[in-house]
Design a binder for this molecule. Structure first.
Ligand SMILES: Cc1cc2nc3c(=O)[nH]c(=O)nc-3n(C[C@H](O)[C@H](O)[C@H](O)COP(=O)(O)O)c2cc1C
Length: 458
């Protein structure tokens, strides 16, 4: 039987996410990013197409590594302006009943007590459709504006993230008993105080002695996503993630990553099928292969070198202006995101990448592979990626904001559904149920969060 693919639409609450210069295309929706009704219409479209959810990237820094300045990023709207995605969710949730919402939020400049409250609130307002993409941040600009001025070292950021998640899990899972809210008018008892417990957390980075602010939400813990690909990132994902977002550029590389993650999940005592892996992918489609190819060529002609380099320099923590655009990039190590550097230096040992090659590649949809074609070809390719690598689905980026996913919903979704490779309706109502099946609204029993209540009060 064909495995049904998980599908998220990858987006950003700003005019331009991953593609460089493409906001200039007449069909691009960049100028609508401040329109709540545009996002609400988009949510309805995604739910009509049976997507698992929309997945928002977010970044509390900006790209100012390229030429030591933010100017190139500003000119291309390269992930700036950047509005907070969380505020879009309640409106999109009110217009839908099944669509999930992944929201990226950093462990570097927030506090677990306030983050846990924000996500519990969103889980209540979406009736259990929220996911948290845990990131450790990579931009020095964020550290200058929000932190101590300088980023913590890469691995130390992961140490903080591990404890951050532990505290958040204690708050979501271990503070309020399921039946703590009694609303008993006769005794004037809204909450039974004997059923709300302090978490008594005292660790290296956080001290949270008290009780949580929110009552249990439908999922209690939001679905935990993770994206970092370094060894610390994979270890964190194997221990605590329920969905992992990968951005491999080849099937061989992706299969290695998936196998490694699943093996580490087993070592951590978890069933590897309790982690859904979604690969970043960009699809440019139309009614026929020829029309899709024509669109791709229009996009390629608009790619902006400076905008692409502004993004890549920020992601990799490496000023690409210090390299000749036409000379292959040497293997380098940085304190930002190792994944982004490794991506091109290790992707294909037989190919040396120049900055110009990288700009052309990432200019359409960022680091994701790009599939160009009509419904048959795209469906063949997507199913092939799943079969050859063991992934569970895709986080679909775009060349043009809104438009490419609208085309995907119109042309590719019916073909995938016809082949039994995509759902035709929703089985459950929460995001966790979208990913793991009806009845799975709460953390799986082998997740470290599932046994926390036992340790705190049972
Ligand atoms: C596919 C992918 C998507 C990511 N999305 C974001 C994001 O939206 N915001 C952010 O601050 N970091 C994002 N990151 C950064 C990572 O979560 C992580 O903090 C960074 O990659 C450094 O960790 P690493 O060396 O383990 O990859 C993303 C990384 C990857 C690989």
């Amino acid at each position: 039987m064909t495995k049904q693919m998980k599908l998220f639409a990858f987006d950003f609450n700003g005019p331009a996410h991953l593609s460089a210069g493409l906001w200039r295309h007449a069909d691009d929706g960049a100028s609508d990013y401040k329109s709540l009704s545009a996002w609400v219409d988009y949510a309805r479209l995604l739910e009509g197409a049976c997507f698992d959810g929309i997945f928002f990237a977010d970044n509390v820094g900006y790209h100012d590594v390229y030429k030591g300045s933010v100017d190139a990023a500003l000119r291309d709207g390269a992930q700036i302006p950047a509005n907070d995605p969380a505020y879009l969710i309640p409106a999109m949730a009110a217009a839908t009943t099944h669509l999930g919402f992944g929201v990226t939020s950093t462990t570097a400049y927030d506090h677990p007590y306030s983050l846990a409250r924000k996500f519990a609130t969103l889980d209540h307002l979406t009736q259990g459709r929220i996911g948290w993409n845990v990131v450790t941040s990579y931009a020095d600009s964020a550290a200058r504006n929000l932190g101590s001025g300088k980023q913590n070292a890469h691995d130390d950021r992961y140490g903080i993230a591990e404890e951050f998640i532990e505290v958040a899990l204690k708050l979501w899972e271990g503070s309020w008993e399921e039946n703590a809210v009694v609303r008993d008018k006769a005794t004037c008892t809204y909450v039974d105080p004997t059923r709300v417990h302090p978490i008594n957390h005292e660790g290296t980075h956080f001290k949270v002695p008290g009780i949580f602010l929110c009552e249990p939400s439908p999922q209690r813990t939001p679905v935990i996503f993770q994206a970092g690909g370094s060894s610390r990132g994979v270890a964190l994902a194997a221990a605590t993630a329920e969905a992992v977002f990968m951005n491999a550029t080849s099937k061989v590389g992706l299969k290695n990553q998936v196998d490694k993650l699943r093996a580490q999940a087993v070592e951590a005592g978890r069933d590897p099928s309790h982690i859904a892996v979604v690969q970043m992918m960009t699809v440019i489609t139309a009614a026929t292969d020829e029309e899709a190819q024509q669109r791709y060529e229009e996009y390629a002609a608009l790619v902006d070198y400076e905008g692409a380099m502004a993004r890549y320099s920020g992601w990799a923590g490496l000023d690409m202006a210090t390299f000749d655009p036409d000379v292959p990039l040497r293997h380098v190590k940085t304190n930002a995101g190792q994944t982004m550097v490794d991506l091109f230096s290790k992707m294909d040992p037989s190919k040396e990448w120049t900055p110009r090659d990288i700009a052309a590649y990432i200019g359409i949809g960022g680091t994701a592979p790009v599939i160009v074609g009509g419904p048959q070809k795209v469906a063949d390719e997507l199913i092939g990626w799943m079969q050859d690598t063991g992934i569970d689905g895709f986080n679909l980026g775009h060349g043009l904001k809104f438009r490419d996913i609208e085309d995907f919903a119109e042309f590719v979704v019916p073909e995938l559904q016809r082949r039994g490779a995509m759902r035709v309706g929703y089985e459950g109502s929460t995001l966790r149920e979208n990913l793991f099946g009806a009845g799975q609204a709460r953390l799986a029993a082998d997740h470290p969060g599932a046994s926390i209540a036992k340790k705190i009060y049972r």
